[in-house]
Design a protein around this ligand. Structure first.
Ligand SMILES: Cc1cc2nc3c(=O)[nH]c(=O)nc-3n(C[C@H](O)[C@H](O)[C@H](O)COP(=O)(O)O)c2cc1C
Length: 150
């Protein structure tokens, strides 16, 4: 399995040496779980049954009207937030991570039996940084190059 994942990642060295390799998937049909997610608010009485039903209908129709591109965009947005949180949580526990897109999603789909419902968004290698090999950092984008105040 590990060799297959490394091959799907174009034989990148770190995929073979990492303690773990995580494939972050985005769920393109996550909106279909809205009912389950809102059940807590219904149980707490924060939403009435009528409000609950309306909310679910609104969510489902929003995603269905906007169709596949939006559903995929949303899957990527959500998975990216989860990936970043995972990386920060890993760092806080003493691990180092590397987000990666250098992989063939179709090879991963076949190897790991990933259905069409899911989008392979990121690969994350997790391990311990070899500090002796740390190189000086290159260019770091200044904030004002990517943040605009209006
Ligand atoms: C979306 C994304 C995809 C990346 N894909 C790869 C990759 O496939 N292989 C790789 O070695 N580095 C990849 N990188 C770069 C590393 O994850 C990392 O950012 C880089 O080694 C610099 O690390 P630093 O920001 O801690 O200095 C990617 C970075 C980003 C943001």
């Amino acid at each position: 399995m590990k060799l297959g994942v490394k091959k799907a990642a174009y034989n990148q060295y770190k995929v073979g040496t990492a303690s773990a390799v995580i494939i972050v998937l985005g769920d393109k049909k996550a909106y279909q779980d809205a009912g389950k997610i809102y059940e807590g608010l219904l149980a707490l009485g924060i939403l009435s049954k009528q409000e609950y039903d309306q909310e679910i209908q609104d969510v489902v129709s929003l995603y269905e009207q906007r169709r596949e591109v939006f559903q995929r965009d949303e899957a990527i947005r959500n998975a990216s937030l989860s990936a970043m949180l995972f990386m920060l949580a890993a760092k806080s526990k003493g691990w180092d991570t590397c987000p990666m897109i250098g992989f063939d999603p179709e090879q991963l789909r076949q190897l790991l039996s990933i259905s069409d419902q899911y989008e392979p968004v990121l690969m994350i290698t997790l391990g311990k940084e070899k500090e002796q090999s740390r190189k000086p950092r290159g260019y770091r984008k200044p904030v004002d190059e990517f943040v605009t105040y209006v």
